[in-house]
Design a protein around this ligand. Structure first.
Ligand code: 3PG
Ligand code: MG
Length: 392
């Protein structure tokens, strides 16, 4: 794979595919600009090298036509503030107007193309659409790690139509940190995996178990494992179709001497609500009619000890429903452990990232991935389609 540092950018039109899919509130105020900040290194580098910078991104999941709710205009403003430089907002991402604008650019100009997903062809990985995007530039840079698990036109098909292509700094950094943690890591290597559903993490669990020394499981996905160990989990969320997989993962871990940590106690309530009355109970004593919302205090201690001697930690997914006060302690305790660990610490996934930021501990983590699905795809041991195409 070529890197942006290998390219001659001077006076060239450089199309940088970024992932500016950032969360916004109802007033279209960006509530977390980490992904914009993540792309600044590449953008500033291209500007320093006298390039004409064209930025392309998707935002949200519009229905395949223009929809002002999903305009990237607020991102152009935020980027302009961060760079202290004007950023021109284009009205579309392909077509004669954009083409004309790209031809008029001078070195140091920045244009942000409108949401790629206003064209259904983006998600269809359409060749003609990819070609139209490619025709805007002399050099293509992929710096959109967070969407690189998608075979979409702007990250996959486009690679056939550009002569010069390379990875931006963010994409390089994301792939390198992950590699560092997985290939030849300092051991013990511990994976902390949480979140609501085992089904969405099964492939990651199955792959990670071949690499790690320990797996710590939290979140509602732990319930399925508990049930398969004959715990009565009351009304808690359980994925019955995953019981067999959970069972075989546990069996595999015993055979290969991998330590799998599961909750020994839980915070339970009648329902998962912000004002829920809770109590902590051993997992063997969950009352009928109650639901698990978080790992309990004894589990927090157990997990803290399991983390303690780890040299490398990869974490994806919260330990409980951390957005609600009664169920936030498990995730907070994990944040505390990971943030204070001298290990190489790598965290991915939107919820985990949000929890870390909320706790003000983000800067104590070695690397926080900008990816959710893309990070999980790496944990599954798969090659990202956009990265494969860039390599070709
Ligand atoms: C993300 O936020 O996961 C990426 O930007 C990809 O978006 P998507 O999940 O809508 O494809
Ligand atoms: Mg996603």
């Amino acid at each position: 794979m070529k890197n942006i540092q290998d390219m001659q950018l001077n006076e060239k039109r450089v199309l940088i595919r970024v992932d500016f899919n950032v969360p916004m509130d109802e007033n279209k105020t960006i509530t977390d600009d980490s992904r914009i900040k993540g792309a600044l290194e590449t953008i500033s580098y291209a500007l320093d090298k006298n390039a004409k910078v064209i930025l392309a991104s998707h935002l949200g999941r519009p229905k395949g036509g223009p929809d002002s709710k999903f305009s990237l205009a607020p991102v152009a403003n935020q980027l302009s503030t961060l760079l202290n430089k004007p950023v021109q907002m284009a009205s579309d991402c392909i077509g004669s107007d954009v083409q004309a604008a790209s031809e008029k650019m001078v070195s140091g100009d920045i244009i942000l193309l409108e949401n790629l997903r206003f064209h259904a062809e983006e998600k269809q990985n359409d060749n003609e659409f990819a070609n139209a995007l490619a025709s805007l530039c002399d050099i293509y840079i992929n710096d959109a790690f967070a969407v690189s698990h998608r075979a979409h036109a702007s990250v996959e098909a486009i690679n056939q139509y550009v002569n010069l292509k390379a990875a931006g700094f963010l994409l390089q950094k994301e792939l390198n940190y992950f590699k560092k943690a997985m290939n030849n890591p300092a051991r013990p290597l511990t994976a902390v995996i949480g979140g609501a559903k085992v089904s969405s993490k099964l492939a990651a669990l199955k792959n990670m178990i071949n690499h790690v020394d320990k797996i710590i499981i939290g979140g509602a996905m732990a319930n399925t494992f508990l049930k398969c160990l004959d715990c009565n989990v009351g009304k808690s969320l359980v994925e019955d179709d995953c019981l067999w997989d959970a069972h075989s993962l546990l069996k595999h871990s015993v055979m290969h001497n991998i330590n799998v940590y599961l909750p020994i106690d839980a915070i339970v309530a009648q329902g998962i609500q912000p004002d829920a009355m809770t109590c902590s109970v051993p997992v063997k004593e969950i009352p009928q009619g109650q639901m698990i919302g978080d790992i309990g205090p004894a589990t927090c201690l157990l997990y803290a000890e399991a983390i303690q001697n780890s040299q490398t930690i990869i974490w994806n997914g919260p330990m409980g429903v951390f957005e609600m006060d009664p169920f936030k302690n498990g995730t907070q305790s994990m944040i505390h452990c990971v943030a204070n660990s001298p290990a190489l610490t790598i965290v991915g996934g939107g919820d985990t990232d949000a929890a870390l930021h909320r706790a003000g501990k983000a800067d104590q983590i070695d690397y926080i991935s900008t990816g959710g699905g893309a990070f999980l795809t790496l944990m599954e041991g798969k090659t990202l389609p956009a990265v494969a195409a860039l390599n070709h």
